[in-house]
Design a protein around this ligand. Structure first.
Ligand code: ZN
Length: 73
C-alpha cells in the first residue's frame, strides 16, 4: 500500500462543504462538518475515509491505480 501520501487529510469545514463540495467524489456520500476528509491530489477531489482507504490499497507509490489482474490492456 503506497497511496497514503497521495491524499491530504483535512477536517471538513463549513467553508469546504459550501465552497468546494459536500459529497465524496467517489461514492457521493454526504460529507459532514467535522469529519475527516481526504483530498485526492491526483484527481483533485475530496473523498470520504472509506473511499480513500479503498483507493489507497490499489495505489502504487506514484499514486497510480493498479488494476487488479492487469488484463484490461
Ligand atoms: Zn466515498
Amino acid at each position: 500500500m503506497g497511496g497514503e501520501n497521495c491524499f491530504v487529510e483535512q477536517k471538513a469545514t463549513k467553508e469546504i462543504l459550501l465552497r468546494v463540495t459536500n459529497v465524496c467524489g467517489q461514492c457521493y456520500e454526504s460529507l459532514c462538518e467535522g469529519e475527516n476528509i481526504y483530498y485526492d491530489m491526483s484527481t483533485y477531489r475530496y473523498l470520504c475515509q472509506r473511499c480513500k482507504d479503498e483507493l489507497c490499497e490499489r495505489m502504487n507509490d506514484e499514486c497510480e491505480i493498479e488494476e487488479e489482474g492487469g488484463g484490461l490492456f
